[in-house]
Design a protein around this ligand. Sequence first.
Ligand SMILES: [Mg+2]
Length: 362
Amino acid sequence: MTGTPRIILHIDMDSFFASVEVREHPELAGRPVIVGANPQEGKGRGVVSTSSYEARKYGVHSAMPISRAYQLCPEGVYIPPHFPLYRQASRAVMQILSRYADRVEQVSIDEAYLDLSALGSFVIARRVAEGIKAVIRGEEGLTCSVGVASGRVIAKIAAGFAKPDGLTVVPPESAAAFLSPLPVEKIPGIGKKTARILHGMGIFTIGDLAGADVQKLIGRFGRSVVGLQRLAQGGDESGLREFQESRSVSREVTFDEDTNDEVTLISTLEDLSRDLFTAISEEKLSYRTVTVKLRYHDFFTRTKARSTELYRRDQRTILSLSRELFAELYSGEKVRLLGLRLSSLKGDVSGQKKIDDFLDTS
Ligand SMILES: [Mg+2]
């Protein structure tokens, strides 16, 4: 690449749901706040959605069973999620970001990429990143962590490098040195399985990966590993992805008690479709695919999906398809969890957080 460098900024809001709750209830500042399922004094089911940094000190983290969180932090402030509130905060943040770049790719409710190449230099990009952080703090009362690099992958690693309220700028000439000491697991897309294989080859840090014998790597992972090694050496020119159609939104409910009461199950399905419809309407998205997930009392889990010919924006189709799929899936046994997902989404600003760019490890 010649001329001006590509400059990509990644922004990740800090403990987003918990931070929004604290903003709404300032008396919670400094306390361990845990957004998620009702812990019911340790007997509750479902999981932690987000925890504040104070709660993380107790070992609480996202996706942990809420009962475990309660064991670790019984004095925590447990709050059920208020999605409309988080979506509103998210829209406000994305609106702020759109003032700084023509191109913003939102990848989740609290993460986005900006293309700042037009600024022409990493020094100016750092100043802009500081400005973005200050404006989000001033207007929205929220903190975020930001990474700036020559491509989206290193920008994301950089954003994760100093949390919360961090800013890490990695110009191309210092990318290799920045990445070198970090564990290979820091590369998005390298999961436990790939990490284990790499460790078996004596590769623990990104620097190890950068210096590894490429033929050996290819022998183990195939040609796609060449791009991964180039990344490890600091080469990342991956830009924004726009107008992709692979996003999805989903909701699920874990029942307090397993149930085979069809009235309860169907009305839960209706609640979920209403909530998903609100979510896509607010983001002006249309969908093509509806998926129902059923987990039975014995954890046996079944999913079934159906797609429509054309993109839809209505709630009625979500309802009718999910009822149809439910009827086809449901065995009459007691259900522990019911979930609903809309995918093949299309909208104004879109793009899926796709982390398996380099390896196909599944
Ligand atoms: Mg976040």
